[in-house]
Design a protein around this ligand. Structure first.
Ligand SMILES: Cc1ncc(COP(=O)(O)O)c(C=O)c1O
Length: 418
């Protein structure tokens, strides 16, 4: 621990970082880096900015939320139970069973589902659950796709593990190549984050791919965390889910979800990022340990929010409307982009992952010349020694605004970047 050099004369000045020095291994969060990149640039006057950076859907949230919150207002004065209400767990469990066509009764919601105040903090906290002090006598590894959702890396580093970035490029179908993982690495792997449909590329893992990942988790004794928060934003066919695949595998010892956790969120499914609502489901042994850990370190989901979330997981109409809106936006984007920048229609999610040569330069030009804010791909990925950063040449464009705005932004991207 480095002690603070506190100088009274110059105010609270710390000559060196105090506290947990693992934090210094992390870069600023991607949106902070973007703010710093674009701060010196003033977009051309009289152009309304179009913000396509954060994956925060701008669709009107379903009326169910307000109605249920009002009806459950009596719950605001109660501390919520970490494990949630039986109604919430049942709604989440029933939704998983319907969405993934699980055999009736296979998923026991009371032991296999935990509510989360958004999935981000739980994806982060998962590393505290999954990473032991040593694995196979060495520093544990946490595997993740590259590019990746930033909290995976933060979680690995803060838990004292080595983050291992697995290239997920066009050549590997935008998912990590599971066949390239060596036994040496797998033996010390404590946790593997997968994201399907992937943020940012939108690739969906096929059932055989998920089956292989589950098999590796069981063979090498690590936790497989499948982040399925874009599972409901798909274009042509609903992507497979890890529980669905696990249900179809031989269950020699009657533990269909062993080593597996899936994460689901209402932020994208229900355009309700501000509700902070999701859940984790899977291996009851892990869920039980997660519940214990969360009792120490987490705020439970407030009861009115739990009631609104319960109602949302039971409703599909608003989700279908949402999906139709994204389809229209992808169609509008495709019409403008016309296959430029290596674009091909993703399986799911709501991002364009465009190869533009130099992502940072493109983001600066788009802001300066078109007041369009996009994220350089490099801020979502890392370079491994001797390899280029797989995000360097890309920008991520979040289709979170309405269709006309998306069309206008894509037309401007083509005009500015050529
Ligand atoms: C891949 C991925 N996982 C998880 C999340 C977190 O979602 P939330 O915390 O809103 O549930 C996001 C949000 O952008 C995401 O892109």
């Amino acid at each position: 621990m480095v002690l603070a050099d506190f100088s009274v004369n110059s105010g609270a000045v710390f000559s060196e970082a105090i506290g947990n020095d693992r934090l210094d291994l992390l870069t600023d969060y991607p949106f902070t880096r973007l703010a710093n990149l674009l701060a010196p640039i003033t977009p051309r006057a009289n152009v309304a900015p179009i913000l396509l950076t954060v994956g925060e859907p701008q669709h009107t949230p379903p009326a169910i939320i307000e109605e249920t919150l009002r009806a459950s207002a009596a719950g605001w004065n109660r501390y919520p139970p970490v494990g949630g209400t039986p109604e919430f767990r049942a709604a989440a469990g029933d939704w998983l069973t319907r969405r993934y066509d699980l055999p009736a009764g296979l998923l026991h919601a009371d032991s296999s589902v935990l509510p989360l105040s958004g999935t981000r903090e739980a994806l982060f906290m998962l590393a505290l659950l999954a990473v032991p002090t040593r694995k196979a006598g060495r520093q544990p590894a946490v595997l993740m796709p590259n590019p990746f959702y930033a909290p995976y890396e933060g979680a690995a580093v803060m838990a004292g593990a080595e983050p291992v970035f697995l290239s997920a490029t066009r050549e590997t179908g935008f998912l990590p190549d599971l066949d390239a993982l060596t036994p040496e690495l797998l033996e010390r792997t404590a946790l593997f984050y997968l994201c399907t449909p992937a943020n940012p590329q939108g690739a969906a893992a096929a059932p055989a791919y998920l089956a292989k990942a589950i098999g590796l988790a069981r063979q090498y004794g690590f936790v497989l965390a499948v982040d399925e928060c874009y599972a409901e934003i798909w274009l042509d066919a609903p992507p497979a889910g890890a529980l669905q695949v696990a249900a179809g595998l031989p269950q020699a010892d009657g533990k269909p979800w062993a080593n597996l956790l899936v994460f689901h969120s209402l932020s994208k499914r229900s355009s309700a990022a501000g509700l902070r609502s999701g859940f984790v489901a899977g291996d009851p042994a892990l869920i039980g340990r997660f519940s214990r850990l969360r009792s120490y370190g987490c705020a439970g989901m407030p009861l009115p929010i739990m009631a609104a979330s319960t109602a949302l997981w039971r409703d599909e109409a608003h989700v279908e409307e949402n999906r139709a809106a994204y389809r229209a936006k992808f169609a509008a984007a495709e019409a403008e982009l016309g296959g430029r920048y290596g674009y091909s229609r993703p399986a799911g999610g709501f991002f364009l992952w465009l190869e533009v040569g130099n992502g940072e330069e493109a983001a600066k030009r788009l802001w300066a010349e078109g007041a369009i804010r996009v994220l350089p791909g490099a801020y979502l990925s890392r370079s491994n020694p001797g390899e280029p950063n797989p995000g360097d040449a890309f920008i991520r464009v979040a289709l979170v605004q309405d269709t006309d705005t998306v069309a206008q932004a894509c037309a401007s991207i083509v005009r500015i970047l050529g």
